[in-house]
Every structure is written in structure tokens, then in C-alpha cells.
Ligand binder design. Structure first.
Ligand SMILES: Nc1ncnc2c1ncn2[C@@H]1O[C@H](COP(=O)(O)OP(=O)(O)OP(=O)(O)O)[C@@H](O)[C@H]1O
Ligand SMILES: [Mg+2]
Length: 239
């Protein structure tokens, strides 16, 4: 089966105008990810892990390389796709989970979480019921469901963020330290949800500050530390 994602010769750097030079975040990366496969990205601070995930999500444009994604509508190179196609894929097939919630003024927690289902055409009542289920699962107390998350604590915002990002199964999930600042209950709920999505065929590429949390899910490790072997089989590696 064709991999869901086939990354070839991907390079990304930043122009530091005030210094008049380029800074390479990562250079000439190639790897493929199959359905249901979980790839852990590791590397020191500043190794380019977040930049790689943002480039795959097309928040950044790479300088070189291809990101071939097997979408439901056929193969597409995310490095070159039109913005309108990227927007559509983000709504349907590609999810991105960070530690930060983009809360919107005067939108309740439950409405924010239900939104991905409503955009997928699910009836408002059902979307709201599902949203409450996931808020409860991640440990957001019921009194907060109709409130605005702009005033929530960091951990509460993150739980809303997870509920919103994971309410709808995706073909490809990009995870950038999703467990940072979560309490134990929410971490367990998150790992259980990831395991369930993986079992249903979702491919995942993730950065985890404490990879022990997801050790049983990891199929492969890619090390972005310069001069590290580019990939290691799960059984060779201590994470
Ligand atoms: N928008 C940007 N403009 C300029 N430089 C950037 C930008 N984003 C990231 N960088 C630089 O790229 C390098 C990689 O950053 P990145 O955030 O990808 O690292 P990381 O591996 O995720 O680190 P951490 O473990 O600290 O999260 C860093 O040296 C950073 O300073
Ligand atoms: Mg990072």
C-alpha cells in the first residue's frame, strides 16, 4: 500500500534578516509513514522538531523537497498544494495538536470543540453531545462547558484544545508535545484516544517531552539531532 505520507529531501531554514544570514532548521529529510504508524520525532531543543511538524502542516513552506500525501482525492504534494486545498485537508484529513489553544472571544468551550463535527455536516445536537463527551473525557468540569476558554487555566485550555483536535478521526495527526502541562488523568485519556485512533488506521508523527507516555504506540523514531542516524527501529532504541 502506498504510504499515507512520503517525505523526500525536505529542507527548511529561516532568513534572519537582522543578522543577514540563513539558519537551517533541518536539511534533506526523507521518510515515509504508513497508515496506523506512529513515528516519534526526537532531538535536542532547537533541533527543528516543531518546524518539521509545522512544515508538514504547511504553516511553513519548505525551501526544497516534497511532502506527498495520499489524500482521499488522490496524491497531493503538500509542499506545493494551493492554500484552498490545504484548508480543506486541515478540515478533513490532517490534524495538528499543539499545547496551545487558539481560543476565540465569545465562543464557548463546547461550541469550539463541536465545531470540527459541525463543519463535517453533523447535526448540531449530536455534535454538542460528542463535544461534551470529549470535554468530560479530558477532565474539563461541566460548569466550564458553556464558558469562554479565553479565561481558562493553561491546563484547562489545553484539554479543550485536545478535545477539539481529536474529536474527529483524521488520516494523519501531527502532535507537538500534546502532553505538556496536562494532569495525569488527561494524559491517560489522551494516550487512550491516540491508541484508539492508531488502531483505526490514523498515521501519527509526534514530539513528546516524555515519550514514556506513548512508548507502547511508537513504531519508529526519527532523530533530528545533527549527525544522528536518520531513523532507528523501535526495538533498537531507548526513548
Ligand atoms: N519563525 C522562525 N523564525 C526564525 N527562526 C526560527 C523560527 N522558528 C524556529 N526557528 C529556529 O529554528 C530552529 C528550530 O526550532 P524548533 O522550534 O523547530 O525547535 P524544536 O526542535 O521544536 O525545539 P524545542 O525542543 O525547544 O521545542 C531554532 O533554532 C529556532 O530558533
Ligand atoms: Mg518544539
Amino acid at each position: 500500500m502506498t504510504p499515507v505520507l512520503d517525505i523526500r529531501g525536505l529542507s527548511k531554514g529561516f532568513v534572519l534578516h537582522h543578522l543577514g544570514r540563513n539558519l537551517a532548521a533541518f536539511d534533506d529529510i526523507s521518510f515515509a509513514v504508513a497508515d496506523g504508524e506512529f513515528v516519534l520525532i526526537k532531538g535536542a531543543n532547537g533541533a527543528g522538531k516543531s518546524t518539521l511538524l509545522r512544515t508538514l502542516y504547511r504553516s511553513y513552506l519548505p525551501q526544497a523537497g516534497q511532502i506527498l500525501f495520499r489524500s482521499d482525492h488522490g496524491p497531493i504534494d503538500l509542499a506545493r498544494a494551493a492554500d484552498v486545498d490545504i484548508t480543506h485537508l486541515r478540515r478533513t484529513e490532517i490534524g495538528f495538536v499543539t499545547q496551545f489553544l487558539t481560543a476565540r472571544p465569545r465562543v464557548s468551550a463546547e461550541a469550539l470543540v463541536a465545531e470540527p463535527l459541525r463543519l463535517a455536516g453533523i447535526a448540531p445536537d449530536r455534535a454538542l453531545t460528542e463535544a461534551r463527551h470529549w470535554l468530560r473525557t479530558f477532565g474539563v468540569k461541566a460548569a466550564l462547558w458553556p464558558a469562554y476558554p479565553t479565561t481558562f487555566s493553561g491546563g484547562e485550555q489545553q484539554k479543550v484544545n485536545l478535545a477539539r483536535a481529536l474529536i474527529r478521526p483524521r488520516k494523519l495527526l501531527l502532535l507537538d508535545e500534546p502532553t505538556a502541562s496536562l494532569d495525569a488523568g488527561a494524559r491517560t485519556a489522551l494516550v487512550r484516544r491516540l491508541a484508539d485512533l492508531k488502531a483505526r488506521g490514523a498515521a501519527m508523527i509526534g514530539v513528546f517531552h516524555h515519550p514514556d507516555d506513548v512508548a507502547h504506540l511508537i513504531d519508529r523514531v526519527i532523530d533530528l539531532t545533527p549527525d544522528a542516524p536518520s531513523q532507528e527501529d523501535r526495538h533498537d532504541v531507548v526513548v
